[in-house]
Design a protein around this ligand. Structure first.
Ligand code: ZN
Ligand code: ZN
Length: 339
């Protein structure tokens, strides 16, 4: 089957790969849409030989022993938890030691190929009225929903989201749809700041580049500060953000970054702040994100800003636009396969 492979790093090349086969645990999908994610950028720059793509929808090609008919329109979580360990039993599949093993687009061939192998018990069928494009964004919405839930947000509370890439935008949607009173964002590039300010679920998106940024930030910060803050960027220093927080509040680090970051512990002590992270999502988060998207189709369709052919040149050009240009106004971009 035709695939697109990282070769060498920072480049995509065409490749011929073996079509996957169904097993007692896995089924095979014919890829329809696969979304590009910020974590694909890390893999593109470090893992030659990888077939990326962990956010996808497709048609059931071979259901194996699972109760789906061939041709059914589905989406699937890429994860591969064991179902037996203490975490799996507690519904915390994202913490399972087996999670990253045979994980399509991460540790095995993913949706940048014509067919993809997925765990048959982590597949959902799309209702007839839900476009397949939306199936490809359930995964990142589930990541954002998991992060929002880890913030402990209560209905009626405002939230501050730092970083306005897709995960930040989906976190905004999840926060609003779970009852946040106000969703404020901080971004950098003006194209995307303008994009965010057009969304129903974002009350205001500020730009750090705006000369009145500090004034604007002060104006949106509630008296006493924000109890719920989600960092979707991966800051290198957290003191400014901690300074905006309310006593007893929670900061969730959702922007994945490998470099060191700094903060002054005293700013945590004095307000008894908590720092949490968010790794993937639980299966329940995935199902809830799916339901949220199905109930708000038009809203989520607006987050898909480009569809490109699944060809190495087109994908290479889009990765450069998204991750190397320093400025773009895209939100989610999908590779679209022919039926
Ligand atoms: Zn992703
Ligand atoms: Zn497990």
């Amino acid at each position: 089957m035709k695939s697109i492979v990282v070769n060498p790093v920072h480049n995509f090349a065409p490749a011929e790969r073996e079509k996957p086969v169904a097993t007692d645990k896995r089924m095979v999908l014919k890829t329809k849409y696969v979304a590009i994610c910020g974590s694909d950028n890390m893999l593109w720059n470090a893992y030659p030989g990888m077939v990326l793509g962990h956010e996808f929808s497709g048609y059931v090609e071979d259901p194996g022993p699972f109760p789906f008919r061939k041709g059914a329109r589905v989406c699937a979580a890429e994860f591969n938890s064991c179902g037996q360990c203490e975490f799996c039993k507690a519904g915390q599949e994202q913490l399972c030691a087996q999670m990253m093993v045979d994980n399509p687009g991460v540790s095995m061939d993913g949706g940048f190929g014509e067919y993809v192998s997925v765990r048959g018990d982590y597949v959902l069928e799309l209702p007839d009225d839900v476009p397949m494009e939306l199936g490809a964004i359930v995964e990142p919405v589930a990541v954002s929903l998991h992060g929002v839930r880890n913030s402990g947000i209560q209905p009626g509370e405002p939230v501050l989201i730092w970083g306005n890439g897709p995960i930040g935008i989906y976190a905004a949607a999840c926060a609003k749809l779970t009852g946040a009173s106000h969703v404020y964002m901080v971004g950098r590039n003006m194209g995307r700041v303008n994009f965010c300010n057009k969304f129903e679920f974002i009350d205001q998106c500020l730009s750090v580049k705006d000369e009145k940024f500090q004034e604007q930030l002060k104006a949106i910060t509630p008296e006493g500060g924000f109890a719920r803050v989600i960092d979707c960027l991966g800051l290198s220093d957290y003191d400014e953000l901690l300074g905006l927080m309310k006593s007893g509040g929670t900061l969730v680090m959702l922007g994945m970054h490998a470099q060191k970051a700094t903060f002054t512990p005293m700013s945590l002590y004095l307000k008894e702040l908590s720092i949490r992270t968010g790794l993937y999502f639980t299966w329940q988060d995935y199902k809830d994100a799916f339901a949220m998207i199905c109930a708000n189709k038009d809203l989520f369709l607006k987050t898909i800003t480009s569809r490109i052919p699944p060809e190495p040149e087109a994908v290479q050009a889009m990765f450069i636009k998204l991750f190397d240009s320093g400025s773009n106004d895209e939100c989610k971009v999908l590779l679209a396969y022919d039926d």
